[in-house]
Design a protein around this ligand. Structure first.
Ligand code: COA
Ligand code: ZN
Length: 310
């Protein structure tokens, strides 16, 4: 039987946090509805951060209860940078939160206005406080391969921070290639080291496709034993505080790669294309991962064949 991989679609958060067009709460719900229709059972929906820092996420407190009401089965995580974010997320009824710890001093400073040590402590406190409230947690270790300000990230530093977050009890440690600078060999080396300190089923990978290596890096992660992936439909995304970050690995590229390589995702490629189409209309520009032009041609051919008289 094919082995299953689980995908958290981060389109509503990572995908929308840096867009020139700001989606309304209603349109975010519609995007999530398309994801759910495609079989997505886990999303990162929004972030409880300063609305001055990320105005695209200012409606988090309104969005989360509406997601819970409309998609009660959907696993929904939200990003929180500190205890204030956790309080807001909890008040909105969030069940799962993600803290964001970067592996370098400067990236933490630019992203959440804390140094590395403070960010580590605040992330750990936030995870512990979330558990006290009965919430599930994820802990990002961002710029895990390269930092836009400090260059190559030492592997040992990522291992140290992942170990700390695991010791704190974070449910999932998400290794994030924030600016898309990884290579398959580096992915393999990092997960080979992480495997010794964090159980493989607690590790996830969050890839960006800046250099066209997203799917290759995902394959290296799969071969290393990773079974949890973040991705976004159409490959939308990027951190406003990390210059040079292009979009995430596209959900449709990940699904195509996995499904043609003996893994099951539970997602429908045709329905994912509907979500890409919707995001494209909303953001008013062409979107799509590396595979979407080909996937659309296949869909069009199938539709044309269905329209032929028998
Ligand atoms: N949500 C909303 N508002 C928050 C907040 C949160 N989680 N944390 C702090 N604030 C508010 C404070 O209440 C204060 O408001 P005031 O000016 O009305 O009094 C203001 O923000 C400044 O608070 P401070 O604790 O000094 O925060 P800061 O200015 O050092 O900023 C962050 C820290 C984390 C809030 C800010 O850098 C941020 O939101 N970053 C966004 C990170 C992000 O989303 N990156 C992309 C994804 S990785
Ligand atoms: Zn990202």
């Amino acid at each position: 039987m094919a082995e299953t991989i689980s995908i958290t679609d981060v389109s509503p958060r990572d995908g929308l946090q840096n867009q020139a067009v700001h989606l309304s709460t209603e349109d975010k719900l519609e995007l999530i509805a398309r994801l759910v229709a495609a079989g997505v059972n886990s999303v990162e929906a929004t972030s409880f951060v300063s609305p001055k820092a990320v105005p695209q996420m200012a409606d988090a407190g309104e969005l989360v209860p509406r997601i819970s009401a409309r998609f009660p089965q959907l696993r929904t995580s939200v990003l929180v940078p500190n205890l204030k974010g956790l309080e807001r997320a909890h008040a909105a009824g969030a069940q799962e939160v993600a803290v964001v710890l970067s592996a370098t001093e400067t990236m933490n400073r630019k992203n959440i206005n804390m140094g590395l040590d403070e960010a580590t402590e605040v992330s750990a406190q936030t995870v512990l406080a979330a558990h006290d409230k009965g919430l599930r947690t994820r802990a990002y270790v961002a710029v895990a391969f390269e930092c836009p300000f400090e260059g190559k990230t030492p592997l040992a530093e990522v291992v140290r921070l992942a170990t700390r977050m695991h010791a704190t009890g974070a449910g999932e440690i998400v290794i994030a290639d924030t600016i898309g600078a990884a290579s398959p060999q580096k992915v393999r080396a990092l997960f080979a080291a992480l495997r010794d300190v964090v159980p493989m089923d607690r590790l996830a990978v969050h890839l960006h496709d800046t250099r066209g290596l997203g799917a290759a890096n995902a394959w290296a992660a799969l071969e290393a034993g990773v079974r949890r992936f973040d991705a976004s439909v159409g490959g939308i995304g990027g951190c406003p505080f990390a210059p040079g970050a292009a979009g995430n690995l596209a959900t449709e590229d990940l699904v195509l790669m996995a499904e043609t390589s003996g893994f099951t995702t539970g997602l429908s490629l045709d329905a994912l294309l509907d979500a890409v189409d919707f995001a494209e209309q909303q953001l008013r520009r062409p979107l799509g991962g590396r595979s979407s032009a080909w996937l659309r041609r296949q869909r069009d051919k199938r539709l044309a064949a269905e329209l032929q008289p028998a």
